[in-house]
Design a binder for this molecule. Sequence first.
Ligand SMILES: C[S@@+](CC[C@H](N)C(=O)[O-])C[C@H]1O[C@@H](n2cnc3c(N)ncnc32)[C@H](O)[C@@H]1O
Length: 310
Amino acid sequence: MRSLCVRVPTRETEKVRRFLASKNLLAPLKIKRCGDYVLIPVRESVHGFEICEDDFEPLQVTSQKVGSFDIVGDVAIIKSAADRDLNKIIRELEKRKNVKKIALDRGIQGEERVRYLELVKGCSLETMHREYGIRLKVDLSKVYFSPRLATERWRVVQRVKDGEAIFDMFAGCGPFSILIAKYRKVTIYACDINPHAVAYLKENIKLNKVEGVHPLLGDVRDMARLVPPVDRIIMNLPHSSFKFLDMALNKIKKDGEIHYYEILPEKHNRREDLQNFARKIGKDVEILETRKVHGYAPGVSLYSFLLRVK
Ligand SMILES: C[S@@+](CC[C@H](N)C(=O)[O-])C[C@H]1O[C@@H](n2cnc3c(N)ncnc32)[C@H](O)[C@@H]1O
């Protein structure tokens, strides 16, 4: 596959790869050796590097584990599998009655966090997922969705009281918003920058016959002005939540709660960072809870922080 790439001396491969990964610029293709240099495929031109173009092979889904997969509706997404085990896993999945489509996970890309999925069975990635009594229609090739957050979403519902105003800043196809609206009488402003996500969110509102959810299509930085002060904010953009924290702290009412998610290494000081940042902009934040939601990569996990703004 043809792709843009950065050309760096071999000894700098890991440093540059990590930098590009942190900026979400890596293309899901194999890094290529070229004499004393490597070519690292990227999604767009990167300032400060030598940029060229070349052909690359797709990444293999590899890990030390025999294999792991997620089921979303009738789609099985193979997240990791050693090459030698891949066919075995596919055969096993094909035996499951609930699995009609199978795809290989080649990684998440872009601001819209859409999964790059390679279909090995079936012809579309639109599906209907069920969790905690709601139905969510979503096309996994166009919109981010993770079934691994189902318990987390349910935990959030438990904290919500009738009458609350809620801002779901990165709503996707609506898993948090729809679930909350199903079980509580609330007003929810559900924002997403991805037009496909908002289209599915609107469809899911109708499908579940829920009231009080107001979809907002656009960058949350622009859409926030349409949202009044709220009692609760959900920040599920785990690679870049910190960038949006000031906006959330300015939008939350006194004694309101923020559900903040971030992917972090095992050793981190995020509790302190969050409190220090809030103090800097004149807010007093209490951290009611910190939890590891699930593993993400070796030594890295998705964490949830529950913040109360005093
Ligand atoms: C990790 S997904 C979470 C989606 C949903 N909350 C869920 O649990 O499935 C993050 C979402 O934020 C959206 N997003 C990213 N940057 C955004 C921005 N600046 N403004 C609004 N939405 C944004 C993406 O399109 C994506 O759907």
